[in-house]
Design a protein around this ligand. Structure first.
Ligand SMILES: [Zn+2]
Length: 556
């Protein structure tokens, strides 16, 4: 898929450099990180249109072999391109126009030489084999998971951080997604192999001991979303009537022993889909269907084949939601990624906040719709302790960055979106803009600049200082204040810390019906309160539930 670059109006200041917040030198990026995350003519002179990936699995030796077919459109003429494959994997040969062609490997990169200028659509094949990295702590580190259930093989892959090239050769570049893809997985007989997209049938080999399972993806897909699951699965089928009256196939692939519990537990899928489609428009991958697949790791947003490993429990493995709520965190969160992450995808790994911040906010929106507004606020306050203020939400660009050390891109991000909604003070407008976001950016890759520019235009205000404040700083605004007697008056004395010089936002004390605006300033300010007794002061006059900041009360 060719990336659409928007022209950003000049009157919006571009987000400034973030090098002061990330100590890039200290982060010690390897050559592989920049080869995998950066842009160069060998990457941006071509557009990947389609892959056909065929893989045979050898569980006894934890290895695979396969071939990946590439369909490529030149953006400008090229002779040499970059494709990616992890150093642990062998690239056996590459065929172009029925002839073997030259390639050079450099760490996780393959430099491919065509020996002539390519200026029209081409097709080539890459044969590969090897033992992909085995994850130690999936889905957090990435790699294959070889597990067992009831004595039978149960396997899968999660590779969001490490990249799809950990197991198959591809253009492992966040900004370029293929428009479609086919998957053929050959596995030992007696098990089921699930991939993304639509099931296209299975066939037993002539030799009779292996079966090939075929899948078809008919939408653009992030390489890291391309996946497989092998296990003793049964399929539970259902359909969901979308609001445009078309029918969406729902498929739940669970281990045989979990059929009964899964049927009951997955009843929460339809109300969730209804809430999401009302907010953001139709489920984005309707031709490919919606699937949950029981996985030997906690979860991952694999497009149209979501990894589900929450063991049919409430919350996050039984916890992390208020006691009086009963919903499955993995279903609600990972399904939210079908919109933010899979339909609208970050063009650079440094912008993963686009996936996680919005999706974590979607959890609060789901709670609002199921349990009501006050419960949503309760849930937001439940998310709050996970804000660690350790790092900017936006990571460095141009490297395959996977160095998040906190959960800030989730929880600080969720509160940032919540703050934005409250600052806009017009839910109808806020929600209509979210819907428009999917009309404009659905099935595309996008970066922070484009998103901030879009919101600025739609909300008719310059939101760059707002987003800069939360995306580029490690810390959130800190309001340092005291309430004290001054003569006959009672005053609220304050100053702000951790704010950028251009930051401002509608922020006020709410005292009964009275709104008293507070300025954003590093300098000491004071305002006279509309009462005189110190005992009347109440911390809840501060907008604690609608704006992300840290109040610090100092004693007199
Ligand atoms: Zn997520």
């Amino acid at each position: 898929m060719n990336r659409i670059f928007l022209i950003i109006p000049l009157y919006f200041f571009l987000i400034s450099s973030i090098n002061s917040q990330w100590n890039l030198k200290k982060m010690n990026f390897s050559k592989s990180d920049s080869l995998l995350g950066g842009s160069r003519p060998e990457r941006n002179s071509w557009d990947i249109r389609r892959y056909d990936l065929k893989v045979e699995f050898f569980p006894e030796s934890k290895s695979i072999q396969g071939v990946c077919n590439f369909w490529v459109n030149p953006i400008k003429p090229f002779k040499r391109i970059q494709i990616d494959l992890n150093e642990k994997m062998e690239l056996d040969s590459i065929y172009f126009e029925d002839k073997k062609i030259e390639f050079v490997r450099e760490k996780s990169v393959v430099w491919l030489d065509f020996n002539k200028e390519i200026n029209q659509r081409i097709f080539f094949k890459c044969y590969f084999h090897g033992s992909p990295i085995v994850a130690k702590n999936a889905p957090w580190d990435g790699g294959f998971v070889w597990s067992k259930s009831n004595g039978k093989l149960w396997a899968g892959v999660a590779c969001e951080g490490i990249g799809a090239s950990v197991w198959w050769p591809c253009k492992d570049d966040s900004q370029d997604e293929p428009d479609s893809m086919s998957l053929s997985y050959k596995i030992p007989n007696g098990l089921v192999c699930i991939g993304n997209g639509k099931f296209m049938g299975s066939a037993v080999d002539l030799q009779g001991d292996k079966t090939t399972w075929n899948w078809q993806i008919t939408y653009p897909i992030n390489p890291y979303n391309v996946t497989f699951y092998i296990g003793d699965y049964i399929q539970i089928q259902d359909t969901f009537r979308m609001s445009n009256n078309s029918s969406l196939d729902l498929n739940y692939w669970v281990l045989r022993e979990n059929e009964v519990i899964a049927k009951k537990h997955f009843a929460q899928v339809k109300p969730m889909l209804r809430i999401y489609e009302k907010l953001m428009g139709p489920y984005p991958f309707s031709n490919d269907g919606y699937s949950l697949v029981e996985s030997p790791y906690l979860g991952m947003e694999h497009q149209s084949a979501i990894a589900y490993g929450n063991k049919f429990q409430r919350g996050y493995l039984g916890g992390r939601i208020p006691d009086d709520m009963n919903w499955d965190f993995i279903i609600i969160h990972e399904s939210g990624h079908e919109y933010f992450g899979n339909s609208i995808s970050a063009a650079d790994h440094g912008d993963l906040w686009i996936h996680e911040s919005f999706t974590t906010w979607l959890e609060t929106y789901y709670v609002e719709k199921i349990y009501g507004k006050s419960k949503a606020v309760e849930y937001l306050n439940y998310q709050r302790p996970w804000i660690q203020n350790k790092e900017p939400l936006r990571g460095p660009y141009g490297v395959r960055f996977n160095g998040w050390s906190s959960s800030d891109i989730y929880y600080r991000g969720s509160w940032m979106i919540h703050t934005l909604r409250n600052g806009i003070k017009n839910d109808e407008l806020f929600f209509s803009v979210l819907k428009k976001l999917f009309i404009q950016f659905g099935y595309k890759t996008v970066n922070s600049y484009e998103l901030v520019s879009f919101f600025s235009k739609e909300f008719n205000m310059n939101l760059t200082p707002f987003f800069n404040q939360y995306l580029l700083n490690s810390k959130i605004p800190k309001l340092v204040y005291k309430v004290e007697k001054k003569g006959r008056n009672l005053v609220f004395q304050y100053h702000w810390e951790n704010i950028r010089s251009d930051f401002s936002w509608p922020f006020a004390l709410q005292i009964g019906k009275k709104r008293i605006p507070i300025e954003f300033s590093n300098e000491q300010k004071e305002i006279v309160l509309p009462f005189r007794r110190i005992s009347r002061w109440d911390d809840s006059f501060l907008p604690l539930n609608t704006f992300l900041f840290e109040p610090i009360k100092i004693s007199q």
